[in-house]
Design a protein around this ligand. Structure first.
Ligand SMILES: C[S@@+](CC[C@H](N)C(=O)[O-])C[C@H]1O[C@@H](n2cnc3c(N)ncnc32)[C@H](O)[C@@H]1O
Length: 221
């Protein structure tokens, strides 16, 4: 049952759908810095398949596939996933990219311990309550095999835009109709409890540029 920001999350889903419908390259055509970094990490760990959450139009999923990974991309925007599937077909990557509608406030579909890696670029900063975030990270831990890797990025409280826009409380702000949660180090550390903690690196992304956390954690073997 969804118990967090129910109305806000519903409005966010519509906001994302509309944004993707009006701009087929909302986040640009290039992969994120985080995806480039993560392909190197996963390849070095001998991982060749990725479950991507909040994949949007698939700039990173397509990049993973171009690098030879198999990717299962999920998002709660069917519009974005249709665009992703079409782009994968056009590039001849559809044998390596699958896409499915999934709201991360719901349990993850995979069975326990069956997934090698999970990647989520800027998804954890969406309109999720702290309980939903904890539940999501527990679900990711459940589906990963022992030793499996989870890499995510989230907006940092060090970003210049922190505390701008409509304040929904609890470090969640709405700017231009998009909700963003800013992560401080305490939240990063809390979400790493029970994991083997790899690193939490401060990094930047995009033209502004945005200040993000890039976090790597492993399910204990
Ligand atoms: C900032 S965008 C990042 C998209 C993609 N990761 C990228 O970097 O291009 C956040 C994405 O999370 C998705 N999203 C937000 N809340 C979600 C939820 N509860 N379940 C699944 N996807 C969600 C949005 O539709 C959007 O595609």
């Amino acid at each position: 049952m969804k118990t967090g920001y129910v109305e806000l999350a519903r409005a966010q889903q519509e906001r994302w759908q509309a944004a993707y419908a009006s701009d087929p390259r909302l986040h640009g055509a290039e992969p994120s810095q985080a995806a480039r970094w993560t392909t190197r990490l996963f390849a070095a760990a001998g991982i060749d398949d990725v479950l991507e959450l909040g994949a949007g139009q698939g700039r990173d999923a397509l990049y993973f596939a171009r690098q030879g990974f198999s990717v299962h991309a999920t998002d709660f925007s069917e519009t974005a996933l249709d665009q992703l599937r079409l782009a994968a077909q056009r590039e001849g990557l559809d044998d390596r990219v699958t896409a499915a509608l999934h709201d991360v406030r719901d349990p993850l579909p995979p069975a326990d311990g069956t997934v090698n890696s999970v990647y989520a670029n800027q998804l954890l900063s969406m309109a999720l309550s702290r309980d939903e975030l904890r539940g999501l990270v527990a679900e990711i831990r459940r589906v990963l095999r022992p030793g499996g890797l989870f890499v995510y990025t989230a907006w940092s409280t060090d970003d210049a835009s922190v505390a701008c826009g409509i304040d929904h409380g609890d470090d969640l702000f709405e700017q231009n109709g998009f909700a963003v949660r800013y992560f401080d180090r305490e939240l990063v550390d809390e979400l790493a409890e029970g994991w083997e903690f790899g690193a939490a690196d401060a990094c930047t992304e995009g033209p502004e540029p945005r200040r993000l956390w890039r976090v790597t954690q492993a399910k204990p073997a």
